[in-house]
Design a protein. Structure first.
Length: 258
């Protein structure tokens, strides 16, 4: 699935200092906007994000934060500028959003602990090493907004044959949520899919993957130590620094074939 980048950035005039003097030049800057999420007319949270895919972002965010689940009965999703209204058949148990970073960071640990306690046998799907490298190459090659602006992250979902969907966003968490929201809308099962990333694999990213049942994470960047430790316990394969013809395997290499 291609991402329409036309609305993600704008060209502006700048003064460029080069060769000991100022010259007039053009620059491309990424846009950011706020998206307010409401469920059953109750305010949930405000996300700062790149324009577009609001429906995917909101649903993916709510799934990743365990507000909704894969079996949630959603009656309607209505999008308007800066706002998305979701109506569910069942009321929410509680409103625990619009929190600061520390509280959301703490919640990622709660999600990880819950995933560890409730985990069932994850898929034994295998990804050829050559396919992993081709996925990273494709992620980089299609990251047009990043090439133009340098200001966005990419996230994609792939199976053992091809990349299924890809998003760019100013927030790496947002890009991941958009991919998961797309899978939810299209009813794509995730038990045998790979999450492909341009950015760092932190606990928050790992928690989103665990919450959505992803068995494999691939990134061109590094993971954190805690993310690796949790991935080992959760049975999730984690691959980082995938660039060119090499990558690092941090956990569960049995899902990689040569």
């Amino acid at each position: 699935m291609a991402v329409n980048t036309n609305n993600l950035y704008r060209q502006v005039n700048i003064n460029l200092f080069e060769g000991g003097r100022f010259i007039e030049a053009d620059a491309h800057l990424v846009r950011e906007e706020e998206l307010c999420i409401f469920i059953n007319e109750t305010y949930i949270s405000t996300l700062v994000c790149s324009p577009g895919a609001d429906r995917e972002l909101a649903l993916g965010f709510l799934l990743s934060e365990a507000v909704l689940c894969q079996d949630s009965d959603i009656k309607s999703v209505n999008c308007s500028p800066g706002r998305i209204d979701i109506v569910t058949s069942e009321p929410l148990a509680e409103n625990h959003f619009d929190q600061g970073y520390c509280e959301l960071h703490k919640k990622s640990f709660i999600i990880l602990e819950k995933a560890l306690f409730n985990r069932s046998a994850l898929s034994s799907v295998q990804f050829p090493a050559s396919h992993l490298l081709s996925l990273i190459y494709e992620l980089d090659n299609r990251a047009q907004t990043f090439k133009i602006t340098g200001g966005v992250h990419s996230a994609a979902l792939a199976d053992s044959r091809e990349m299924l969907v890809r998003y760019e966003d100013i927030g790496r968490h947002n890009a991941v949520d958009k991919a998961f929201g797309y899978a939810f809308i299209k009813r794509i099962p995730l038990f045998d899919k790979c999450l492909v990333l341009s950015g760092r694999i932190s606990n928050e990213i790992l928690a989103k993957a665990a919450q959505n049942g992803i068995p494999f994470i691939l990134s061109r960047s590094a993971p954190t130590l805690q993310a690796v430790q949790w991935a080992e316990q959760l049975g999730i394969t984690m691959v980082g620094f995938a660039r060119g013809s090499r990558f690092n395997v941090y956990t569960h290499p049995e899902r990689i074939s040569i």
